[in-house]
Every structure is written in C-alpha cells, then in structure tokens.
Design a protein around this ligand. Sequence first.
Ligand code: HSE
Length: 418
Amino acid sequence: MYKIAVCGCGVVGSGVCDALIYQKEKLSRRAAREVGLAYVLDIRDLTGTPYAEYKAESLDSILADPEVEVVVITIGGLDLAADYCFRALKAGRHVVTSNKAVVAAYGPELEKLAFSKDRRFMYEASVGGGIPIIRPLNICLFANDITEIQGILNGTTNYMLTGMYRRHASFDEMLARAQKKGYAEADPSADVDGYDAARKIAILSSIAYGAFVDYRDVPCMGIRNVALVDHELADKAGFTLKLIAGSRFEDGKVYISVEPKLVRKGHLLSDVNSVYNAILTKGNFTGDSLFYGQGAGKEATASAVVGDIVELLGTPRLPSLPEFVDKKAVVAPDDRPTRYYLRFRSFRQLSAGTLIDIFGEDTLCLYSKDERDPWEEINLESTGGVITPAYLPEELPEKIEALAALGAKLKLTLKVLD
Ligand code: HSE
C-alpha cells in the first residue's frame, strides 16, 4: 500500500484526512495501486473522532514504516513544522505541506534536501487555499516571462474587509467570525498585519521570477487603520478596498509590497469578496491570467494538498531544482508613479479649488458627512479625502506638507490600483 501520514489534525489536517478517506478509491485507481491514509499524528487525543484508528505515536514511528511514501505536514507555526519537514525528507519521504511559514523561510533548503533524496517537497496549499497557482506558475505558464503578480492572498482579511463594509460590523467582530470559520491564523497579527500575505507573495514571486524573495524584505502594511469611512469614500469614487499583495519584475529587480489599496471597480480583483482569493499574473505569452477561488478553509486547502499527492503519484522525482533555490532576488521599493488616496480631518474649510491647487487638476475630492456635490467646501471638523493624480513616491511629502499647512490632519494614505 502507498501509505500517507498526516501530521497535524487541525482545521486543514482533518480536511486532508477526510478527503483521503473520501477519495481513497479514486486515488487508488489513479495510482493503479492501493493508496490511503495510514497515520494521523496530533498532540490531541483523537478518541471519538473518525481519525482515532489512524493515531500514530510519533513522527519516528511513522518514519519507521517503510510503506509510508508521503508525509503531509499540516502543523501550524514554524519551528516544529519545519523540523518535521526536514526529518521526513531526510528519512526519504515526500513531504506535502500547507504551511507557508515553513515554505517562505526554508523553501530553498527543503527543495535541495528533497532533491538530494530523490524525493519532492510540495506546497500548492501554502498559497491561495484551494486555488491552483504554484503548479500553474511552475508548469502551465512556463513559456512565459512573468513580469507581474497582483493578488488578494489572505482570506481572513478579505472576509473581514467585505464583512466590515457590508454589515457595518466591527474589526473585532469580523476577526472572531473568521477565526470561527477556521480561516484565521492562530496569531491574528499574521493575517491583519499582512505577514501571511507577505509570505505568500514572496513564495509566488520566487517561483515566477526564478530568484528567492525573502519574505522579510516585503514592505508590509495591514488593515488595522482602514475605517468604514474609507470604504464609503472609496465606494463613492468608484473603488473598492482590498489588501493587495503585489510584485513586479523589472530590470532584474523585484518590486513588491503588501498593502491595502483602492481598487478601481471593474479591475479584475475588485469583485473578489469574502474568503475568496485571486491571483492575476502577467506573462509575455499569455498576457493576463486570473486564478480565483477560496483562499482559506478546511476543504479548499485540503483539496490543494490532495492535488500535490496526485502529482506525486505520477511525477515522484524532479529532473532539476527550481531556479529560485540558488539565486537571491534583489528587492526594491516600488518607484512607479501611482495615484494616492488620502483621508484627512480638516480643521478649517478647504475648498475643492484649494485641494486642486495642491494636488493638481485631476484630483478627485471626496466627502463623508453628506451627499453634497463633492466640489463644495468641506465643513469644519469633517472627514474628507482626495484621490490624487499619479505621483512618484518622492513627490507626495511636499503635497502632504501643503495640506498640513492648511490645518488638515492626514489620517491615512493608500495607493490606488487602477
Ligand atoms: N489565514 C490564512 C488566510 C489561511 O486567511 O488566508 C490560508 O492561508
């Protein structure tokens, strides 16, 4: 029997076990031999669960069984999960993981170790939940030079942003809902401060551009400062608010960031809501390709893990190492001109004319308190916003100083994705 062991029987791990049990016959037909779940390792007592009969004592006891071909690591966190990946590969087993922290931190080492053992280290589930994106980048889009990736890569924050606006719910309420649904990381900061998305865009960029992007080099801003009024102002101006993880490859450098952006309605990413993720890639042969689906959750993520296992059945060895394994990316801050959204509190009247004098002819003036003509004056103490024409990043500070000199207090600066 081609035995599979699952280490970590939490949200994703239990989903993998369920899928392996449910699809045992289909998997066995694909492999032309019996394939199935053999062991489940978890610190919890599995008594009374459907997984009790598979309960393993330890990773060592799993690795002592020569029929175990694949070890699935669905343990969260970093150190223990990474240790299990290294140990299973050293013991000559394929490793499939959903743990992006491990992939982002140790991807090159684990790829090399797997290759040296004639085994594979696979991680489709680490980015985009159930969306196929690692395999498309590695194989289907191979003919392309990929020049850009723009994504909504964190299900929790997308679920929160969508719910906060649609339900007028608070940040804490939506975070609790995401946690209940099993979308959120154990440490909520990984989601809401953008670190989870930073790891994911680093993984995708490493594969797409053939050079390892260290997730610690990704400039990262989360969604904590986004308020309901930002959704309202954005909506009125024809934009939606999304946490965008993006990168661009130009002149040998990777320009990369995770930050909330105003996305123009009609843009392919503007209508990606709730737990759904989407990844838009730009290649010189295909042009734009859009990958869309559930970015988090038990079943969707389990589906990606099982997809890796199916690939292992057909392609258990790589002919060569991925390019990013031996090359480090040069990461640079984005220096392209872009439009900005600025939200400010005004302590004196600022006419639209004044704002246009500061920011330029094509400035869009936004008001929150009522439905007046947006070109009217802003009242004392009211919140207002502008969407500026496109500026280089270094041009913005002088505009903000001019705004401050008129008594306006800047509350939030976001970029616009047109
Ligand atoms: N916390 C992650 C998210 C889980 O919300 O996207 C999937 O990686």
